[in-house]
Design a protein around this ligand. Structure first.
Ligand code: ADP
Length: 447
């Protein structure tokens, strides 16, 4: 097992990884920007190294600085967390070339799945159901021809896309040329490549994803699904497991399809396969080759520490259990709490004057915040995740309501009031929602 792990991230996920390491008797190295010198992940780690100025490009994305920090401190592995360099295959390769273990899949697996076009191809070959779609689109004419074949509406997506960027919908042939050129322009600005492709646009799907774990010896398990349909601007706001839309038989069926596909692809470490789900059918969208923000809901219902498993797998340990050993218990919901104005969603960094996190049975708060901490304006606005576990969905909802009431965050605006509103809506309570529900609800509320 590793003796020292460098955590190449900040915020709550850096803390999350630190906690798993400490429970495994592993020492931790925090890295931080100049703006994060007082951050909790820096305070708790065994060692800390400043890797550059506030701007992410100069610090948390600064590959040579991070690798130097690992070499200087003698870390034998690097955990990338999520965001930043977590899906950067070149970084994973650099890490391994310096004799340090990258806690994640291989660079090759990351490249295969990081490109939405090659990922689709691999998914089809591995027997996963996908949305009807095109290969890379060279020209507008090409796009028009494929759209005819697939049938409108269609969605144009960047092959290197992420974070909901570079996606444009066209409902007919008149709209297509603009959607095509806008998607390419956005992709060019945001990603390494401006290559785009097309998928059938599903009109009212849910977003349901499957968590998997795979060791280096071909053992693969799935840890069930997460329903992440409560979204705004293609960004997840609330996630839950199990999905209110699936029954046990459906979970077992898609779980087995996913397990076999991962075996076939030969993927290792933790990963998530994202699907759209409409009219009882699954459509593979993409695979995330890293830890996900919403992993705690799966941990709550399975009792499995996913970060610990990532570290074990990377160190060469076998899973040591199989699918029949995985059991699901109760229901879990996560709310992402952002330092944002709950109405305009503009970021609201600043000093936390008072912080009181809820507690009690079935309540987990993952956060880097403490009283007196100043949230820097340079990074993502998520400041806490509230994860609730209950015996049933209804018990979970009651507990979530109680926990949100208890939360005190003074000094900055947060999205807590939005969460309180969402969870009091009849459709949410009944589990009757799809990926458009939140935006429609907010539209209605404005009027
Ligand atoms: P990203 O990598 O940018 O997050 P994804 O491919 O995961 O992009 O898609 C993000 C979101 O966009 C999905 O959760 C869904 O809301 C929407 N979306 C993507 N593809 C489709 C599609 N074919 N039909 C309908 N909605 C889609």
């Amino acid at each position: 097992m590793f003796e020292k792990v460098l955590i190449a991230n900040r915020g709550e996920v850096a803390l999350r990884i630190h906690r798993a390491c400490r429970e495994m008797g592993i020492r931790t190295v925090a890295v931080h920007s100049e703006a994060d010198a007082n951050a909790m992940h820096v305070r708790l780690a065994d060692e800390a190294v400043c890797i550059g100025p506030a701007r992410s490009a100069d610090s948390y994305l600064n590959k040579p600085a991070i690798i130097s920090a690992a070499l200087i401190t003698g870390a034998d592995a690097i955990h990338p967390g999520f965001g930043f360099l977590s899906e950067n295959a070149d970084f994973a390769e650099m890490v391994e070339n310096h004799g340090i273990t990258f806690i994640g899949p291989t660079a090759q697996q990351m490249r295969l799945m990081g490109d939405k076009i090659t990922a689709r191809k691999a998914a089809i070959e591995a027997g996963l159901p996908v949305t009807p779609g095109s290969p890379a689109l060279e020209t507008v004419e090409d796009a028009l021809a494929w759209a005819e074949k697939i049938g409108y509406p269609v969605i144009i997506k960047a092959k290197d896309g992420g974070g909901g960027k570079g996606m444009k919908i066209a409902f007919n042939a008149e709209e297509l040329p603009e959607a095509y050129s806008m998607a390419r322009a956005e992709a060019k600005a945001a990603f390494p490549s401006d290559v785009v492709y097309m998928e059938k646009y599903l009109q009212n799907p849910r977003h349901i994803e499957m968590q998997i774990l795979a060791d280096k010896y071909g053992n693969v398990v799935h840890l069930g699904e997460r329903d992440c349909s409560i979204q705004r601007n293609n960004q997840k706001v609330i996630e839950e497991s199990p999905s209110p839309a699936l029954n046990d038989a459906q979970r077992e069926e898609i779980g087995e399809i996913v397990r076999k596909a991962i075996e076939k692809i030969g993927y290792t470490n933790a990963g998530t396969l994202e699907f759209l789900y409409e009219d009882g059918k699954f459509y593979f969208m993409e695979m995330n080759t890293r830890l996900q923000v919403e992993h705690p809901v799966t941990e709550a219902v399975t009792g499995i520490d996913i970060v610990r498993e990532q570290i074990r797998i990377a160190s060469g340990a076998a899973l040591g259990y199989s699918q029949k050993d995985i059991t699901f218990s109760g229901h879990a919901i996560e709310c992402r709490i952002n330092a944002e104005d709950p109405e305009t969603f503009s970021p609201c960094p600043g000093k936390i004057l008072e912080w009181h996190a809820p507690g009690g049975l079935g309540v987990r708060v993952d956060s880097e915040i403490y009283s007196g901490y100043s949230i820097p304006p340079f990074y993502d606005s998520m400041i806490a995740k509230l994860i609730i576990h209950g015996k049933t969905r209804n018990a979970c909802l009651m507990r979530l309501r109680r926990a949100l009431e208890e939360f005190v965050i003074m000094g900055v605006k947060t999205t807590i009031p939005l969460h309180q509103e969402i969870i009091s809506q009849a459709e949410f309570i009944d589990g009757q929602y799809n990926i458009h529900w939140l935006e429609k609800f907010m539209e209605r509320n404005k009027k």
